[in-house]
Design a protein around this ligand. Sequence first.
Ligand code: IPM
Ligand code: MG
Length: 353
Amino acid sequence: MKANIMLLPGDGIGPEILTAAVQVLDKVASKYGHEFAYNEQLIGGIAIDKTGNPLPEETLRAGEQSDAILLASVGGPKWSDPSAPVRPEQGLLKIRGHFGLFANLRPVKTYPALAQHVPLRPDLLEGVDMLIVRELTGGLYFGERKEQGDGADSYDTMYYSVPEVERVAHVAFKAAQKRRGKLTSVDKANVLASMRLWRRTVVKVAEDYADVELDHVLVDACAMYLMTRPASFDVIVAENMFGDILSDEASVLAGSLGMLPSASLGSGTFGLYEPVHGSAPDIAGKGIANPIGQFLSAAMMLRHSLNLETEASAVEAAVDAVLDDGARTADIAVKGGATVGTAEFTQAVIAKL
Ligand code: IPM
Ligand code: MG
């Protein structure tokens, strides 16, 4: 098949790990007879430096011409002044909103080989395999906001309409049907009006999914259960900020934030794929970044936007096989063990493919 993929390397380690992912995709293309055309564009801090805008119009137009977007990471100390009017992260929020990418899928599983990196009792990790579905274009990050200079008050609003909750709930229920048939809806219905609407709406949507077992957990309790009984979760659906926080917490279970991929989807096959981690400015340019989250994001892209299930599974299996062989980037290395850089890890994955 032919596919147009927009590449957004962004900032920090972004360009390194995205280059590595393109090498893996090129291998997939040659092995399975596909043609991937890439269009590289600006987002984040580098876009601010070059155009003054964290999400230039040209990036949006190019995205509209593509089948999928593969993004690496944005942000860094250079642009992190909290009083700056323009910030790299605005580009990320805007691109999700522009393309209507309301459902953010963040799978989390434990890797037995990385158990030493998880600060939890090993018996708690057995069978940890969950999917966090984070609502991505509503809630606290997209509500009305007031921000003023020094001394004035400010606020953010958590707003949801019924259709906004319904559509992400459908994604979560459907995912649960394909997995182990369990859905945990996370809210704060004991305090927040928008979260009572969330719970009522999820209960209503559940009528269409009699085969899925639904429970409701308050977000504070959920944060605890992720550490005390992580294997009990199958699919979790959560408000935008709650999902943001819980997915970083859950990443601990995988051994490193560097392992986690994500897919941001709307109502069609188009999607934006990015690792859950940030731009890691402290290690940028050193060639030591863990590219796994980016590779697994590319695999999610092959599966969801390009309908290439065999190819997606092949990339995932190649990553697992390289880990089984003992290759470790610095973030997942054991003291005294052999470590590899980004390029070596990438070559190993390509060799497996
Ligand atoms: C994420 C990140 C972003 C978010 C930031 C960088 C705006 O934390 O993708 O999880 O909050 O969505
Ligand atoms: Mg986050």
